[in-house]
Design a protein around this ligand. Structure first.
Ligand code: AMP
Length: 598
């Protein structure tokens, strides 16, 4: 029931006192977006005034926008590499931040094939927690009664390493789930999960997923929302159920736990919860053994009101599959965040995926926007970019996000392209357009054109002894299978037909390409099982010329025609697939360990 109208919010009537406070905070921040931004910048510059970085640019303690904008350059990760390397090697002096760097967050964005290392400080955890605390109050405006049941969320920790100087390096969510903020969170009826902490925190992905699924099945009638961080993660859970429902039903029937779950804390925790439930076991067997899995989510969890998964950006490719398994349940994209900084939230989370806009919260960092012109050659020292402040962006225009954080990133280009769709009070709302330079993505992997080119070059070396070369190639992310996989179309020039490359060699070419991919891709293949084996489809000679003819017939200029290195336009893919002469899959896993190569 909504609380007293005296504490109602312009966003809608809050569900409880705590929600009213959160909604008031959102209102206050978005109404005062510009003064809040000014204060945030001033706080950051004052806090970090004695850092090596700000001193280098002779800010001399100034904390105002004009000095900041005139003296500090707009940078990318590569510009900060030397500083980051020093911190990683153990230099504890105030290089970027006056506060000690507490750990590195490993981004899924890579640099030279390895995850980017984002320095962070302890207090950033509070800021992230604050953003999380706003999500349910907003959701409660749209979906009543979420305190009457539970959330089935598939959440995982990933491996962590230490830098040479001894700092932890791990993904931001791993850092969050392992924090006291998460582990000892107070009971909140709107945020009850079926998954025990022990399962979320188990580093073995099979044991973790198995237990989380088992708990979800046990509580099937109480589950009101089903989610994972990204759409790909939820589909992996469905696939897991397809592969493991027999054993899961067995455990439910007997009230015992699969011997493959060996983690002592998991066994102890599940030992207390598991009881024989033959009726539930029969139900799970009955549903899962049906030929069609259409609508399986609502069949097993009949009270699910929505799926809580990000389906914006690269994840949009999974919408049809999610709709298939869930009978078209609403898909809520609640927040927009990164390892560098958490940015904001969706104030209308039950909207259609194509209409999702994120409101950047002005208290999270200082935000600037680089107008994005896809045709411009970029900027130079002589023509520096003109960055726009948060409240000055214009509806309909596209910008690249640039952030200045409490942890010490200054005018840092995140690499995301956003389009302004409107405003909530004076805070703009953004449609996530895309991440720059990403050609292929299945899960959190991001492969760019240069990485693909290098992978093709490395793999094609294996063809030399067959006097064969790759004349053209293109690619696409095949998400029809779970997990999805990269497909690379190759047109070959075989000079000696009697000695053309064998299936075995082409399989090795697939593996060689995988070995060349960045560490996030290889981790997805090896540790997370979130990416399937890479596939090469060899197409008939002349296919790429046909592709050019097709593009020209649709208006492309013959002089400017370039092969697109990634395709997703159905007629082009149909043309390519109709010319395939052989297909080959990677026969093994590429090499991957948690340790960084550099
Ligand atoms: P990471 O640094 O690995 O945490 O990845 C952060 C990146 O993931 C962001 O910069 C975006 O490119 C992408 N991302 C995060 N949240 C969303 C979202 N809600 N919609 C689309 N892309 C997102």
């Amino acid at each position: 029931m909504a609380v007293d109208s005296a504490i109602s919010s312009p966003l809608g009537p809050p569900a409880c006192e705590k929600d009213a406070k959160a909604l008031r905070f959102i209102e206050e921040m978005t109404r005062n977006a510009d003064p809040v931004q000014e204060r945030v910048l001033s706080d950051i510059l004052t806090q970090n005034s004695q850092t090596e970085y700000l001193r280098r640019f002779k800010l001399n303690g100034a904390s105002d926008r004009d000095s900041f904008k005139s003296k500090l350059p707009v940078i990318t990760y590569e510009d900060l590499q030397p500083e980051i390397q020093r911190i990683a090697n153990g230099d504890r002096s105030a290089i970027l931040s006056a506060h000690p760097i507490s750990e590195f967050l490993t981004s899924s964005g890579t640099s030279a094939g390895e995850r980017k290392l984002m320095p962070t400080i302890k207090e950033e955890l509070d800021r992230r927690q604050l953003l999380y605390s706003l999500l349910m109050p907003v959701m409660n405006l749209y979906v009543p009664g979420l305190d009457k049941g539970k959330g089935l969320y598939f959440l995982f920790v990933k491996s962590e390493t230490r830098t040479p100087g001894g700092l932890l390096a791990r993904p931001v969510l791993t850092s969050y789930y392992k924090s006291e903020h998460f582990k000892t969170r107070p009971y909140d009826p709107y945020n009850v999960y079926t998954s025990p902490n022990e399962a979320i925190l188990c580093p073995d992905s099979f044991q973790s997923m198995y237990t989380q699924m088992l708990r979800g099945l046990q509580d099937r009638h109480q589950v009101l929302r089903v989610g994972a961080v990204f759409a790909s993660g939820l589909l992996r859970a469905i696939r897991f159920l397809q592969l493991n429902w027999r054993q899961l039903s067995q455990d439910i029937e007997t009230g015992t736990l699969n011997q493959k779950v060996t983690d002592p804390s998991l066994r102890e925790c599940m030992g207390k919860i598991l009881k024989p439930d033959p009726e539930l076991a029969r139900f799970v067997r009955h549903e899962c053994s049906k030929e069609s899995w259409e609508g399986i989510i609502t069949r097993i969890w009949p009270n699910t009101k929505y799926l809580d998964v990000i389906v914006t950006g690269a994840m949009a490719q999974y919408i049809p599959t999610l709709d298939y398994y869930s009978g078209g349940l609403p898909k809520a994209c609640t927040m927009y965040a990164s390892s560098e900084c958490y940015f904001g939230l969706n104030l209308n989370p039950m909207c259609k995926p194509s209409e999702v806009s994120y409101t950047i919260m002005p208290n999270m960092a200082y935000f600037e926007f680089l107008p994005h012109d896809p045709n411009s050659a970029g900027f130079t020292r002589d023509s520096p970019p003109k960055l726009v402040d948060l409240v000055d962006v214009e509806i309909g225009k596209e910008y690249e996000l640039v952030i200045t954080t409490y942890a010490g990133l200054c005018r840092y280009r995140v690499g995301d392209i956003l389009r302004v769709t409107g405003f909530h009070n004076s805070a703009p709302q953004f449609h996530f357009v895309r991440r720059k330079n990403v050609l292929l993505s299945i899960d959190s992997d991001k492969t760019d054109e240069a990485e693909l080119q290098k992978a093709v070059e490395n793999a094609s070396r294996l063809l030399r002894e067959f006097n064969t070369s790759v004349v053209e190639y293109t690619s696409y992310a095949d998400t029809k299978t779970i997990p999805g996989h990269y497909v690379i179309y190759w047109e070959l020039l075989v000079k000696d037909a009697a000695n053309s490359p064998t299936d075995d060699v082409l399989k090795q070419c697939c593996l060689a390409m995988e070995e060349s991919m960045n560490s996030v891709y290889r981790q997805g293949r090896v540790a997370d099982n979130s990416i399937g084996p890479l596939e090469i489809r060899v197409v008939r000679n002349g296919t790429f010329e046909e592709l050019m003819d097709y593009a020209i017939s649709r208006g492309a200029s013959i002089n400017q025609y370039k092969v697109t290195r990634c395709v997703n336009f159905t007629p082009i893919m149909e043309l390519l697939d109709s010319r395939v002469v052989s297909t080959h899959f990677s026969p093994a896993l590429p090499h991957w360990t948690p340790e960084r190569r550099r």
